[in-house]
Design a protein around this ligand. Structure first.
Ligand code: F6R
Length: 639
C-alpha cells in the first residue's frame, strides 16, 4: 500500500509534524537528493561561493554518494567549491582503521570526486581525552568560519539518534564526546566483526549544532526504520528521541522509501488523513485493525464500532457491518492453510496455493544460513513431509558473521581431533590459529580464515536442516562473489552473481520460490538478495515458460513478521513443529550472542522468532480464527 491511495491529504498536518517525502524506492529518493545537492553546489559556484555540506556516514547515504560520484564522472559536476563537515567519528579510533568514518568517507565519496582535501572536516577519534574538548570547540568554530552549514544530510539510528546524539541528548547540545547506546553498538557489531570490538564512545555534532544548518534532509530506508521514523515525525519532541527535535526546524524534510514510511498514519490508517479509495488491501487493514483495537473478533464487530473509530465511510461504501465482517473473515480464514505446497485433490479456488502438481519443486532462497529457518522453518518441514522436492540455497555463507572466538575454538577442536586420530598435525591449522590470535582488533580476515568461518556456518546449516527432514544434498551454498569481495553495507552486485543465481533457477525450475528481503535496508545482505532475485527472475519471465507458473512467496527476516492484513498464506505449526523449528534455529551456534545475558533478555534470534510465531497465532485467535500454537506468514510477490 502506498500513500497514493490517499486522494486528498487535508489532515496530514494533524499527524505529521515535519515534512515527509515518501518515494517508491530508495534509489529514486537517492537520485532526488543528489540532484538537490548538485543544484546547491552549482548555484553557489555561479555566485563564486562555497557550498557547505554537512555529511553523514552509515549505509543510508551511500546511494546518494554513488549518484554524486556518477554526476561528477559523467556530468562534470565539480566539488571544487565544496566544504564538508561530517557529523561524527567513533572514539577512540585511528583514521587509518577500516571502520573509521574518515576512511568510510574517503572510500565512499571523497576519493572519487575533485574536492580539495583541505576542505574536508571530520572530528578526529585520535586525540587524547584531554584534547577532545578543545577539538569539539574548534570544530564548531570551523563550521561558523565557513559560514554555517547550507545543507545537512542525516540518517537515523533505531534509537532515534541523529549523528551520535543518543537518547538523553538535549536540543541545545553541541559537538562533544558521547557514550554510544547499547542498541547502536549492537547495530554496528557486524561492521566491527563482533559487538565487543565496537568502540564505546564517539565524537558527534550536537543536536543544537545540527539544528543551525539552513536546510536538513533526514534519509531513512527499510522497514527496520519505520517505527523510529513514525515516532520522530508524529510523536512529541523529547530528548528520548533526539530526531524528534528536527520538528523545531522549519526547513527539514524526511526523505524515505515506502518501507520506512510504512508506519506513518498516512499509511497505517490513511482514512484518518483524507479521503481514500477502498482497495481490498485497505479494507482488510481497516477491519483487522479495528477488531484488534476494540478487542472483538471480526464477526462480532457492529456498526457502532466502525462509526466510533473513523470508519463510517467504509460502511457507506460496503453496505453493512454484517456483510463486511463476513467478507473479511473469509479472506483471513482462506489464508490459513496446513498445506503450503497446495492440497492435492482439493478444490483450490480459495486456497493460497494450487493443488497441482501434487509434488512441487520448491526453492527456498536465504541470504545466509539460519534466515530460512527463522523465517520459514516450520513450513520447510511441512513441505518436505508433504512430499515436495525442497531445495534450500544460501546466497552467501554468512561467514562474515562468525566471531573470531568461534573460529579459534573450531580450529582448536580440529587440531585436537587430528592428534587423537594420529593424523599428522595439519600445519595450516596452527598457522591459522596463530593468525587469529594475533589479529588486531578489526583487521581483515585472510582468505583462509574466511574459508574457516564459512565452513563453520555450512556445518551448522547442515545440522540444522536435518531436524526438518532435509538432507545435505538438498542444500546449495552459492557463495556469491559480491559477499566474498565486499564488506557489510558496502556490497555491490556483479554480473557473476546474476549468472550464478540464474543458473540455479534454471536448474531447479521451481513451482514455488520462497525468499525474503523486500522490506530490508537495500544495502543489507537481505536487501541485495531481493534486488538480485528480481533482476534474475524478471529475465526468466520474458524468456522461460516455466517461470510463468511459479508462485513467489516472501517470508520476513529475523525478528519480524508480516502485518496480518498483508498475509496471503498463514501456515499453522503444532507445538511439536514449533519446538522442532526452534531447535533447528538453535543449531546455528556461531550466531548465539557472545553475551550470556542476551538469553535472559530474550534477545537471541531463536527466542524472538518463537515469540513472534506464537504471537501471530494469538493475533489470528483474537480476530476470531481457530486457536493455534504458532503461525508462520507469507505474502505473495509478483516480480
Ligand atoms: C552517521 C550517523 C548515524 C547514522 C545512523 C544510521 O554519521 O551519524 O546517525 O546516520 O546510525 O545508520 P545507517 O545509515 O547505517 O542505518
Amino acid at each position: 500500500m502506498n500513500s497514493e491511495s490517499v486522494k486528498d491529504n487535508l489532515s496530514l498536518g494533524t499527524f505529521e509534524r515535519v515534512h515527509v517525502d515518501a518515494h517508491n524506492s530508495s534509489s529514486v529518493a537517492a537520485v532526488k537528493v543528489a540532484e538537490k545537492i548538485a543544484a546547491l553546489i552549482q548555484a553557489r559556484a555561479g555566485e563564486g561561493r562555497y557550498a557547505v555540506l554537512g555529511l553523514a556516514t552509515g549505509s543510508t547515504p551511500v546511494p546518494v554518494y554513488r549518484e554524486l560520484i556518477r554526476k561528477h564522472k559523467e556530468e562534470g559536476l565539480s566539488f571544487s567549491n565544496v566544504i564538508t563537515f561530517n557529523l561524527d567519528e567513533y572514539y577512540p579510533l585511528e583514521r587509518s582503521h577500516r571502520e573509521s568514518y574518515w576512511k568510510f568517507m574517503q572510500e565512499q565519496l571523497f576519493a572519487h570526486i575533485d574536492i580539495q582535501q583541505a576542505n574536508i572536516h571530520l572530528p578526529s577519534g585520535e586525540v587524547s581525552r584531554d584534547e577532545a574538548f578543545n577539538q569539539c570547540r574548534e570544530y564548531e568554530q570551523a563550521i561558523n568560519e565557513a559560514g554555517g552549514i547550507d545543507l545537512q544530510l542525516l540518517g537515523i539510528g533505531r534509537t532515534g539518534h541523529i549523528g551520535f546524539n543518543e537518547p538523553g541528548s538535549g536540543s541545545e547540545s553541541r559537538t562533544r564526546l558521547v557514550t554510544l547506546d547499547a542498541m547502536t553498538r549492537r547495530d554496528a557489531a557486524r561492521d566491527f566483526l563482533g559487538e565487543g570490538n565496537v568502540p564505546r564512545y564517539a565524537i558527534t555534532m550536537g543536536v543544537g549544532t545540527i539544528l543551525e544548518a539552513r536546510e536538513i534532509l533526514l534519509l531513512a530506508w527499510g522497514r527496520s526504520k519505520a517505527g523510529v521514523v513514525k515516532a520522530a515525525v508524529e510523536g512529541t519532541q523529547s530528548d528520548q528521541l533526539p530526531a524528534s527535535f528536527l520538528q523545531k526546524h522549519s526547513n527539514t524534510r524526511f526523505v524515505v522509501d515506502q518501507a520506512a514510511a510504512s508506519e506513518l498514519t498516512r499509511n497505517t490508517e490513511p482514512w484518518r488523513v483524507g479521503f481514500v479509495e477502498w482497495t481490498p488491501e485497505l479494507v482488510r487493514r481497516a477491519v483487522a485493525g479495528l477488531s484488534l483495537k476494540v478487542g472483538k473478533p471480526v464477526l462480532k464487530l457492529v456498526e457502532k464500532d466502525y462509526n466510533e473509530n473513523g470508519l463510517a465511510d467504509l460502511l457507506t461504501v460496503k453496505g453493512s457491518a454484517y456483510q463486511l465482517n463476513i467478507e473479511i473473515f473469509n479472506v483471513l480464514q482462506h489464508a490459513i492453510t496446513g498445506w503450503p505446497g497446495g492440497k492435492p485433490g482439493a478444490d483450490d479456488s480459495q486456497r493460497p496455493e494450487r493443488a497441482e502438481p501434487k509434488s512441487k519443486r520448491v526453492l527456498f532462497l536465504a541470504s545466509e544460513p539460519q534466515e530460512d529457518i527463522l523465517g520459514a522453518g516450520g513450513t520447510i518441514h511441512r513441505l518436505k513431509d508433504q512430499g515436495h522436492e525442497v531445495t534450500i540455497a544460501y546466497l552467501t555463507s554468512g561467514g562474515l558473521a562468525v566471531p573470531d572466538e568461534e573460529a579459534i575454538s573450531a580450529l582448536d577442536l580440529t587440531s585436537a581431533l587430528n592428534r587423537l586420530s594420529g593424523a599428522p598435525a595439519a600445519k595450516g591449522l596452527q598457522v591459522r590459529i596463530g593468525e587469529l590470535k594475533a589479529k588486531g582488533l578489526l583487521d581483515e580476515d585472510s582468505l583462509e580464515i574466511r574459508e574457516v568461518k564459512s565452513a563453520i556456518r555450512e556445518a551448522e546449516a547442515r545440522q540444522a536442516v536435518q531436524l526438518l527432514g532435509i538432507e545435505s544434498s538438498q542444500l546449495k551454498f552459492l557463495n556469491l562473489p559480491f559477499y566474498s569481495k565486499g564488506r557489510y553495507r558496502r556490497f555491490s552486485v556483479e554480473q557473476e552473481d546474476v549468472r550464478i543465481l540464474a543458473e540455479l533457477l534454471d536448474e531447479v525450475k521451481p513451482h514455488q520460490i520462497f525468499l525474503t528481503g523486500d522490506q530490508a535496508d537495500p544495502s543489507s545482505v537481505a536487501g541485495i538478495h531481493f534486488q538480485l532475485f528480481n533482476r534474475v527472475f524478471k529475465k526468466f519471465l520474458t524468456e522461460a515458460d516455466w517461470s510463468a507458473q511459479t508462485y513467489v512467496w516472501m517470508y520476513r527476516g529475523s525478528g519480524e513478521e508480516w502485518p496480518i492484513h498483508e498475509v496471503n498464506m498463514a501456515v499453522p505449526l503444532s507445538p511439536d513443529e514449533l519446538r522442532n523449528k526452534i531447535t533447528a534455529a538453535f543449531q546455528h551456534r556461531s550466531q548465539h550472542s557472545q553475551n550470556p545475558y542476551a538469553l535472559l533478555e530474550q534477545n537471541e534470534s531463536w527466542q524472538r522468532t518463537e515469540y513472534l510465531n506464537r504471537n501471530t497465532a494469538k493475533i489470528y485467535d483474537a480476530l476470531g480464527m481457530a486457536e493455534y500454537e504458532a503461525i508462520e506468514c507469507f505474502v505473495r510477490h509478483h516480480p
